[in-house]
Design a protein. Structure first.
Length: 131
């Protein structure tokens, strides 16, 4: 098989977590939100966070949500077209605590990564552009 990319990742969130999801993924990180109308109409059980033309994160509200632990989740890495300094400034301006800031290996080499937690406890690696 020849993989092209990761299409989507599903993450469970608290049943009442949509406002926090919008604040973090849309307002802080500036990602487009899709399928919100269908979600609110009861036609889809999730909203989608558009990362690239070919990848999204599905956020599924779940009344039985349990925050991630080291046993069932580590992190998701999002490769951004931004410098490490710009990423850090964005999250600091939004008062999002930074858990780590270092160079790490990834699919296309080593680059600076800023680690933050979304409102539901998921660790998100915001990886700087490879330019």
């Amino acid at each position: 098989m020849d993989a092209l990319a990761i299409d989507h990742v599903n993450l469970r969130i608290p049943a009442n977590g949509i406002p926090q999801a919008l604040e973090f993924y849309r307002d802080v990180l500036a990602f487009e939100i899709e399928r919100r109308d269908e979600f609110e109409a009861g036609e889809k059980p999730f909203i989608a966070v558009r990362l690239t033309d070919t990848s999204v994160i599905h956020l599924w509200p779940d009344p039985n949500f349990e925050p991630p632990s080291g046993w069932n989740y580590d992190h998701i890495s999002i490769h951004l077209d931004e410098s490490g300094e710009a990423i850090r400034e964005t999250v600091e301006d939004a008062a999002v605590p930074i858990e780590d800031d270092r160079r790490v290996a990834g699919a296309v080499g080593h680059k600076r990564a800023i680690y933050v937690r979304d409102p539901f406890g998921y660790l998100v690696e915001l990886k700087a552009a490879h330019t």
